[in-house]
Design a protein around this ligand. Structure first.
Ligand code: PHE
Length: 358
């Protein structure tokens, strides 16, 4: 005979009397296990009964099952509450908490943030550009000839499988019909000069900070990944003096407690004419000569120049009406000089003992 009442009573008694979660688990299995639990055994007996009996008893067994499940769940949470209370007896609320480590910004981020802040006050807008770009924006549009050595695999990281990607990636720029251009990791932030002008008209003052990549053998002063801060201005009557004045003002604010002098040397970059390199007076020795400036009194700080008319054309700007200047800071070197870090690889080591000093 099927005795639902008895099972009901037995299970209730057993469940209520268990003292631990492990015991409860055993009882739960005894009644509810899929293969050989008491409830399943009852269900199996059903098939030998006449139909009317089945109709009556079937639902009763289902109800029993539900009843046992509820009991088990209730007992389980009771046991959990009891365990919690028990452990609180031994919990000393007066003990100090475990210290939570507070993060700090990476020295490069700190430096970048300050630089961005200064340029913002000087009226510059910050534009973020992509790290994966293509040969067109990195070289062609910047007036860099097809046979320029910088394009070489030895200097530039190209991205595999350009066929499937490259065209998709610039199809939204209506200024150009780009036939076939390889994807690459940008080798400088100058890509922003063309990219940012897609939906802007002069006058503009723009900076674009970010990571750049070059295929180099790493040593204390070379990394394959480093940071630049690009800046450029396009307006009527922009002159070299505007470039020098802007850069001088930047450094005066960045190193406000030092008396900074600027030195300008001619230098060739395909996208500027004239092109120059800008050095600042050594912030450590005040030009008396030290190991940081290698006793020259000067620190190399930026590549710069007046934007080449061809590049202005590529920006969609008429070089007969407008002119502009551009510069690119090597941020890592500045950070190293500023904090007295002697190995660039430390900056990317992710070593907390190093990072925590800033
Ligand atoms: N893009 C140049 C470099 O990576 C720097 C530069 C920027 C030079 C803007 C002139 C104008 O070296």
């Amino acid at each position: 005979m099927i005795d639902i009442k008895k099972l009901n009573q037995d299970s209730e008694n057993e469940i209520k009397s268990v003292k631990t979660a492990d015991e409860l688990f055993v009882v739960e299995k005894k009644y509810l296990a899929r293969g050989d639990g008491e409830v399943v055994k009852l269900l199996r007996q059903l098939k030998d009964l006449p139909v009317e009996e089945k109709r009556k008893i079937g639902p009763e067994i289902q109800e029993l099952k539900k009843y046992i499940e509820d009991l088990v769940n209730r007992r389980r949470s009771e046991l959990a509450d009891e365990a919690q209370k028990e452990s609180e007896k031994y919990f000393d609320r007066s003990l100090p908490g475990k210290p939570v480590g507070r993060g700090t910004a990476h020295p490069i981020s700190q430096f970048m943030d300050r630089a961005e802040d200064i340029f913002t006050r000087l009226g510059f807008e910050t534009v973020d550009e992509r790290e994966v770009d293509n040969e067109f924006y990195n070289f062609d549009a910047l007036n860099t000839p097809k046979d320029h050595p910088a394009r070489d695999i030895q200097d530039t990281y190209y991205v595999m499988n350009p066929e499937s990607w490259s065209l998709k990636h610039q199809s939204n720029d209506t200024r150009y019909k780009i036939q076939d251009t390889r994807l690459l990791l940008r080798t400088h932030t100058s890509t922003a000069q063309i990219r940012a002008m897609k939906d802007r008209k002069p006058p503009v003052r723009i900076i674009s900070p970010g990571r750049v990549f070059r295929h180099e053998a790493t040593d204390a002063s070379h990394e394959t990944t480093f940071n630049q801060l690009e800046g450029f201005v396009v307006d009527k009557n922009i002159r070299v003096s505007d470039l020098i004045g802007t850069i001088k003002e930047f450094f005066a604010r960045m190193y406000y407690d030092k008396d900074i002098k600027l030195r300008v040397r001619p230098h060739f970059f395909p996208f500027v004419e004239p092109g120059m390199e800008i050095d600042i007076s050594c912030i450590f020795c005040n030009q008396k000569g030290c190991s940081v400036c290698k006793h020259s009194g000067w620190l190399e700080s930026a590549g710069s120049g007046m934007i080449h008319p061809e590049v202005l054309n590529n920006m969609g700007v008429d070089p007969k009406i407008y002119s502009g200047f551009a510069f690119g800071f090597g941020i890592d070197r500045m950070v190293m000089v500023y904090y007295g870090i002697d190995d660039i690889r430390l900056l990317y080591s992710g070593d907390l003992r190093f990072i925590k000093q800033f």
